[in-house]
Design a protein around this ligand. Sequence first.
Ligand code: PLP
Length: 376
Amino acid sequence: MNLFDVYPLYDLTPVSARGCTITDKNGVEYLDLYGGHAVISVGHSHPHYVQRISDQLKKIGFYSNSVQNPMQAELATKLGELSGYGDYSLFLCNSGAEANENALKMASFLTGKKRIVAFDKSFHGRTSAAVAMTDNPKIVAPINDVHDRVILPLNDIDALHSALSTGGVAAVLVEGIQGVGGCRVPDPVFLQKAGQLCKEHKALFILDEVQSGYGRSGKFFAHQYAGIQPDVITVAKGMGNGFPMGGVLISPEHKPWHGMLGTTFGGNYLACAAGLAVLEIMEKEQLTENAASVGGYLIRELSAFTTIKEVRGKGLMIGLEFDGPIVDLRKKLLFEEKIFTGVTGTHVIRILPPLTLSKKEADRFLETFARVVKNM
Ligand code: PLP
């Protein structure tokens, strides 16, 4: 059987990794500034992470949610402590798309309405409901049009006001910082007003922090720069450092009932061990603070390059927009300089390294980048 060919692949086979370094089958080392779609939060193969998952697997790895699994409560408590959302509740699932799917379902249940408002260039996952919330024609299949959705320009508070005023809106869904959209940051005042409007119109305000959460922005959640508290927050990616897991954080204003949401794999013992290991390492090594300082340093230094049209983002979630295509620049960085980067479209490079990135590693990138762009 062949693999269904939906991903363009580089001719490169990683066989091991540690911290921010990936080693391929020929023993060549690469600096990882991509983290496999921003999932590597505490670094590759962190010893505490490896130990906790290995120990757990020897005890019990998987069982359905019909029994008491005290690790789920332990994870919820720790997440509440580190994120500042101790009074919220946690629903555990397996991915970012599933987290958003559940958030949308919950909004519809709680409000009795079905229209969802999202924003241009947003991305919320590839399940039927989540994918419908994007305006990218490449990934929205005709069947997704059955969803009652409205896509508005990001930061346009008047457009949002009009959309809410028509009635029928169950939720407004926005990313803390746009990931696939190229690290566009919502305006804090827009987020504050959007939250107020949602309250007035009895719609749920959902912050998708799947990519921008878990310390990546230099705060636990990117929306915390705006000083807001949404009804619902969705998480995944960095939550398990690559272990497939996701979560929905729900405000105490919204009450659950049995059967409202459900999952077979979500919150299994092994996932909880991964999630706990991530939070323990983040706390001990102060990785959110590291993302703020090393990320801030990178953003300042990169902003001085006249070859870059715009530097966007916060912390270690950085988008570099160029006037022209960046395909050759990325290839040079990867194959000649051994540095992995991410991409959005044709003109934007994305920097999404593990949150453990050191200043020395950041300097290696800056020096290499300066040399490469000078010689192009
Ligand atoms: N939401 C955001 C902001 C994302 O960036 C992504 C993935 O890139 C998703 C949701 C979907 O997550 P997953 O691929 O885990 O389903």
